[in-house]
Design a protein around this ligand. Structure first.
Ligand code: MLT
Length: 410
């Protein structure tokens, strides 16, 4: 009989959002009349911007004509999209990138999950705690950790982020080879100022570490002075890989398009003491395992960079940020401790006295039919916290806050 990859057995039974979906379906089955408001998974609800729809339609028509039909495209993405990414997302920040430093993909979840494949299994991984579960789970699957005990996997460096340290991770005492950072943060919705991010870049340079920087929520930054890209920090192009997505800024969660920046200057060590560019390895990985994002979808993503597209995505973000304010201020008005939601679509709250993360999840679901995400699902330091997303409609978000304010027994 074949053997399984028993690293998978180290993981908890189900992926966090799958477990939440299971509990909500069960509740719905038992209470079919319940009007459930879902502020759990960070999934967008507004339709795609008009400019994107136009881009998609045109591309569909091209596929219907033998003269403009496309088969396999470049695995790394079409130049028409990559050039616009560089010109619009990076050039204004003073960041110069070559076309072959950007890899278009079907999502940041895939990329942040797959990137660990190009690193040796003995690297020490550091993650912030709480954390987007994909970073950790994929390293567990790859065998880069020991067993789970007391909520933590052996061999992983957990960087606690909580109200006590203002959600600012401290540099690890022991050496970390691969460091996952996500700002604006999922799940806490907090950000890191430039001087804090610089500490990480300096640490990585001094220790030969690589930073995997998830910037999925950068478009939600409202305040000046907060870095949109890690490459705004001097030296980051030598030590950091950055992940961006069209999911959260342009509503592509169901359409699937993202990109990853792997500067050719980011190196990792070879066994014989040499250095090897990670760009080359990621290119090898992608060309072997991935056939690129559909042409039609890349044309839709390209349309995000037209003047109308840029205006429309700003309107989308503004729409969701109204929800963030509604949630933040609504919860504060009933005396809850609330974080995030100013430069991010996530609101992170301390569970009321007497409730841990999961018991508060059950209370919200059963008493007021609202789904959120238990902080403990994002790691041990998330215990005692809870996440709500701003990605609902304005009406349902307002309704959810009204219910919490008037019907929840606290
Ligand atoms: C979340 O709820 O944390 C997000 O939906 C994660 C994701 O984008 O995969």
């Amino acid at each position: 009989m074949a053997f399984i990859n028993d690293n998978y057995l180290k993981l908890p039974g189900s992926y966090l959002f799958a477990e939440i979906a299971r509990r909500v379906s069960k509740f719905k089955e038992d209470h079919p009349a319940a009007d459930i408001i879902r502020l759990g998974i960070g999934d967008v609800t507004r339709p795609l911007p008009e400019a994107v729809i136009k881009g998609l339609h045109t591309a569909v028509d091209e596929m219907a004509d033998a003269r403009t039909f496309r088969g396999y495209g470049p695995e790394q993405g079409y130049a028409f999209l990559i050039e616009k990414i560089i010109a619009t997302d990076y050039a204004p920040l003073g960041v110069t990138l070559d076309v072959d430093e950007i890899f278009v993909s079907d999502g940041s979840k895939s990329d942040v999950g797959n990137i660990q494949e190009i690193f040796g299994v003995d690297n020490v991984v550091a993650i912030t705690d709480p954390v987007y579960p994909v970073y950790l789970d994929t390293n567990v699957m790859a065998g880069r950790t020991g067993e789970l005990a007391g909520g933590k996997f052996a061999g992983v460096t957990y960087l606690t982020c909580n109200a006590e340290n203002n959600f600012t991770p401290e540099l690890p005492e022991e050496r970390a080879d691969i460091i996952y950072l996500c700002f604006p943060n999922n799940p806490t919705g907090t950000t890191l100022p430039k001087e804090e991010l610089k500490k990480w870049v300096d640490y990585a340079k001094a220790n030969g570490s690589v930073i995997l920087y998830d910037a999925a929520y950068e478009a939600y930054i409202q305040e000046p002075g907060i870095p949109h890209s890690i490459y705004e920090i001097e030296g980051a192009k030598e030590v950091a890989i950055e992940f961006r997505t069209f999911s959260k800024n342009a509503g592509f969660t169901g359409t699937r398009c993202a990109f990853t920046v792997v500067p050719k200057t980011v190196m990792a060590a070879t066994k014989d003491g040499g250095q090897y560019p990670l760009n080359k390895l990621w290119n090898r990985r992608q060309t072997t395992k991935f056939n690129g994002v559909p042409y039609i979808i890349q044309r839709g993503a390209e349309a995000v960079y037209t003047p109308e597209g840029q205006r429309q995505i700003k309107e989308l973000i503004d729409y969701y940020m109204v929800n963030a304010k509604t949630i933040r201020e609504g919860l504060q008005s009933i005396g809850l401790d609330v974080f995030g939601g100013v430069n991010a679509p996530y609101i992170w709250l301390k569970t009321p006295k007497g409730y841990d993360s999961w018991s508060f999840f059950d209370k919200l679901l059963t008493e007021v039919n609202i789904v959120g995400t238990p902080g403990a699902g994002f790691g041990p330091a998330g215990e005692g916290y809870f996440r709500l997303t701003a990605f609902g409609s304005q009406e349902s978000t307002q309704e959810a806050i009204d219910r919490i304010k008037t019907k929840l027994s606290l």
